[in-house]
Design a protein around this ligand. Structure first.
Ligand SMILES: [Cu+2]
Length: 149
């Protein structure tokens, strides 16, 4: 009788271990942390200084994580915020008529003085993604990097 009791106890102990082991696996597959990025646009550059070509502003996000973009256009003309596909073969001047297939994600044109907010999911592939303004003549002087970690 006592032996049977011990056998049941051992069975429960085993089940408990299996259940706890499964819990660890759930943590590993948890969603990446969401982040908020702030983007400012001016004529014709992103961020604080007009040296994007040599010193592009960087926005850090988590691979596959949710990104809330808070964008403000402080310029006097419309601007875009377009993430280019990783390792795309970029032309010297971006032409929306022929180069739109290079765009991975974009806010679309934001009018002068307007703000734009949206949530989207970051690419699942890590890397430094080129971000440009697609308005004619604004790239390469207007660019940044979406850094996916
Ligand atoms: Cu622009």
């Amino acid at each position: 009788m006592k032996l049977k009791y011990l056998a049941v106890l051992a069975l429960f102990a085993t089940l408990f271990f299996v259940a706890c082991g499964g819990g660890g696996g759930e943590e590993e597959s948890a969603q990446p942390e969401s982040v908020t990025i702030q983007v400012t646009q001016s004529d014709n550059y992103f961020g604080a200084t007009p040296d994007n070509a040599t010193n592009p502003p960087k926005w850090n996000v988590n691979a596959g994580g949710q990104v809330s973009i808070e964008l403000t256009n402080n310029g006097t003309t419309e601007h875009n915020w377009a993430v280019i596909k990783l390792d795309a073969d970029m032309p010297e001047a971006f032409d929306t008529a022929t180069n739109s297939d290079l765009i991975l994600k974009e806010t679309g044109l934001v009018a002068a003085g307007e703000s734009f907010r949206e949530s989207f999911f970051a690419p699942s592939e890590a890397g430094e993604y080129l971000v440009i303004c697609t308005v004619a003549g604004h790239y390469p002087s207007m660019q940044g990097r979406l850094v996916v970690n």
